[in-house]
Write a protein that binds this ligand. Sequence first.
Ligand SMILES: NC(=O)c1ccc[n+]([C@@H]2O[C@H](COP(=O)([O-])OP(=O)(O)OC[C@H]3O[C@@H](n4cnc5c(N)ncnc54)[C@H](OP(=O)(O)O)[C@@H]3O)[C@@H](O)[C@H]2O)c1
Length: 262
Amino acid sequence: MMSYAVTGSSRGIGALAADPSNTVFALVRSKSSAQKLQDFVAGHAHKNVHILEADNDNIASIKTAAKEVAKITGGTLDVLIANGALMHHERNGLMLDEFPDENVLDDDMLTFYKTNVLGTIHLINAFLPLLRAGTTKKCIIIGSALGSHKFARRSEVLQYSGYSMSKAALNIAAARYASKYKGEGLIFLTITPGLVKTLQGTPEEVEKFFSSEEARIRERYPAFEGAITVEQSVRDQLALISRITVDRSGDFVNRDGTNVEG
Ligand SMILES: NC(=O)c1ccc[n+]([C@@H]2O[C@H](COP(=O)([O-])OP(=O)(O)OC[C@H]3O[C@@H](n4cnc5c(N)ncnc54)[C@H](OP(=O)(O)O)[C@@H]3O)[C@@H](O)[C@H]2O)c1
């Protein structure tokens, strides 16, 4: 029996919940705005999903969620998946020297840092005692190729400044936790999920967005696999999570387990 806690779960934890021997803690910012998840859980045969609230921007909510998980599991957790992240932002298209003024630049960068970096660190700190008491001891951070130095140099992507840098910072955070806790058998791993079709919108809007992204990436990476479905990405990530061993702790990997930075 495995227990998983996953942040940013409002739009899906189906693959984990499908195994009745799993206990899944679906962490969402707000239960009331996660209606799709609530409907899924209400209609799910296994009754193995608990919906809890945890917002990266609210430390108290994270600590409360950790306490609630501990109450149900008896103080342990096998796998924490830090998936929730701020991605979409009105000024995502701007490079660092293109902001309307310095204050807007400061505000935007700090917002990404606070939610994605500090929020994830608070999450990990709150759940560390549970992971240390567990048997599997895996902490997975969902990263991004945009947080890769190599990808930044090769792709020359200029958008997503705050998002990219927040994801890059998380790679270092994972390496630091790995350094401290490797001896105890804890695994910290940052995984890039691929370019995944999670965008909300009409099928035409989604298709248009992903085909232009694919074309842009293929100019630099001709072998780029293209945008993939949520199911494919989740299947590969879960397979990797189940086979990963402590010697890889601190690594920043693609969802097939290869190192992103080469
Ligand atoms: N899709 C891709 O191509 C791609 C590529 C590389 C990396 N990623 C990473 O994959 C992960 C999932 O992204 P996605 O594509 O599935 O996008 P998504 O559907 O927009 O999911 C993002 C999730 O993060 C949650 N979130 C936002 N702000 C949060 C906060 N302050 N505290 C806690 N949760 C928060 C959102 O919650 P609400 O539902 O409440 O808004 C949402 O559930 C993210 O870490 C993202 O950076 C995605």
